[in-house]
Structures are given as C-alpha cells and as structure tokens.
Design a binder for this molecule. Sequence first.
Ligand SMILES: NC(=O)c1ccc[n+]([C@@H]2O[C@H](COP(=O)([O-])OP(=O)(O)OC[C@H]3O[C@@H](n4cnc5c(N)ncnc54)[C@H](OP(=O)(O)O)[C@@H]3O)[C@@H](O)[C@H]2O)c1
Length: 280
Amino acid sequence: MTSALDRPGIVLGIAALVLNEGATDHNARDVIAAAVDSGVVALDTARAYARLDDDGVGERLAAEGRERRAGLPILTKAGHYRAGASAWHSDGSVDRIRADAARSVELLGAPLDLLLLHRADRVDDLEESVATLAALREEGLARTVGLSNAPIELIDRALAVAPLDAVQNRLGLGVDSFAEYRHCREAGIDFFGYAPFGGPRAAPLATRVPHVAALATQRGASVHRLTLATVLDVLPGYWPVIGSTRPDSARDALAAMTEQVDDELRDALLGDLASRGVPV
Ligand SMILES: NC(=O)c1ccc[n+]([C@@H]2O[C@H](COP(=O)([O-])OP(=O)(O)OC[C@H]3O[C@@H](n4cnc5c(N)ncnc54)[C@H](OP(=O)(O)O)[C@@H]3O)[C@@H](O)[C@H]2O)c1
C-alpha cells in the first residue's frame, strides 16, 4: 500500500464550493486560496462536483488551487456523475472509470495522486470496478487508488481483488462510529473522513462535543479548531476532509494543524465521543 499524502493534516473538500445554491467560482477561488496559504495538505474533488453547463468545474478549481503551491496533492473520484439539476448517477463499469480517469488527468494536468471509486456502495460489480482501478494504478494514470462510501464488507471484498491505498467515508465526529477507520488502520489503508462537522445541515458541533466547546471558550479558540487538532493528535492515519465555504472558516479550521493538544483537551474529546456512544 502506498500513501497518497506524505504528511498528516487537513484536506479541503470542494463539493459545497461548486454545488451549493448560489456558489460562485470567485468565492471558491478565495476559499481554496485561503486553505492553500494556510497549509492544507490536499484538495478533495470529484468528477461529480460539476455544474450542468460545466462538467469539469470541480477539478478545474482544484487544479487552479495547485498553481498556488506546486505539488499540492489533489484527490479525485470516478464512477459517479451529475445527470440533472438534482440527479447524480453511479456507474462503476470499466468504460466509465477509464473515461472518468482520463478526463481527470486532462483537467488536473498530471497523473492522479489518488483516484477513488466515488460510490462503492452503488456499483453493480465492485470486483470489476476495483480491478479497473488497480489497472489504472499499474498503468501510471493514478499513483494511488481506493474506495469511497465503502462499509467494511465492501472494503474486504475489494481487498480480495487488489490492494487499496485509501478509503474515504463519512466520519461525522460525535455521529459516526470509528469502526471503518479502525478496520482501515489495521489493514494499513489511509482513511479520509469526510464531513467531520456533520456537514452544513448538522446540529452545531458544540452540542456534540460540549467539553471541548467549554475549553474552546476558556482558551479563546473555536470548537472546530480544537476538535480537529485533537482528532489529528489521537487518530494516526486519519485525514479529516472539511467543507468550509468561507475563507475565514477555512483559515480557522486549518490552524488546527499547529494547535498544541494537551491531556485536558484529549480527555475532553475522548469523553465527549464516548458519551455520544461513538468512542474512539
Ligand atoms: N466521498 C463522498 O461521497 C463525499 C460526500 C460528502 C462530502 N465529501 C467531501 O467532504 C467535504 C466536506 O464535507 P462537508 O461540507 O459535509 O463537511 P463539514 O466540514 O463537516 O461541514 C461543513 C460545514 O462546517 C463549517 N465549518 C468548517 N470549518 C469551520 C470553522 N472553523 N468554524 C465554523 N464552521 C466551520 C462550514 O461552515 P462555512 O460554510 O461557514 O464555512 C460548513 O457549514 C466535501 O466538500 C467533499 O469534498 C465527500
């Protein structure tokens, strides 16, 4: 297994920057620039982060972000595409994955750092999709490959076909279990946990991690920053994929990568997660 990224840290996902109602390229560029300048370790995009009149916008914006920092890794995903105003279809066939990967290489201007099967849970023939990803890795179109939206059973089925380098699943803190992260960790697979704050419609993070929130108030830092700092500290092999849509929230979240984590903070987060029934 090869690691897609050479260091731990936070990834900026750009789905909302493209797909949210009222999203503009101008704001997307500002948020991505703020994240790149604040040390984001990678950008996360997909063939599916598209507009009806522009199927390449999500990857093009990521490629522009990389112009600010040469070599910044970009994660992308194949086999899921926008088919209408509020319709996305999944297709894990050989032809679709190969065509998606070729288009991603064209838009990103380089072999892919990490190519994920976007909806592993929705393809007809997972084994065929995984064999195709492995062939693309072998051919050098993608340096590393993996699955997204893959429960443990699908991860194991895929591993019977070919080694996986990474998995990207939802890991809402205080919401989702860490079982998939642990499973990947034991198998030596990098884990990208998307929507750590539960996404844009979730209840406020402070309600799920009240002891971290209290420390945040005491220390004059945001609960988002302290939560991310602590999960980076306690979960090796886990990269949170955040969805900030403002430059300020991106800067604030990314400052977690240099925040000092002490025992009081660690105990607060571990206690909060345990009392939500999702212990680390
Ligand atoms: N593989 C998949 O199928 C899949 C599915 C969903 C998402 N994803 C990836 O995961 C990414 C993140 O998903 P998400 O948007 O649901 O994640 P999220 O980061 O859990 O939620 C985004 C929300 O968190 C808020 N936030 C971020 N930093 C903050 C801060 N420092 N202070 C206050 N609020 C803060 C944002 O506020 P503001 O809007 O005010 O900045 C936004 O409302 C997506 O962009 C995408 O790349 C992947």
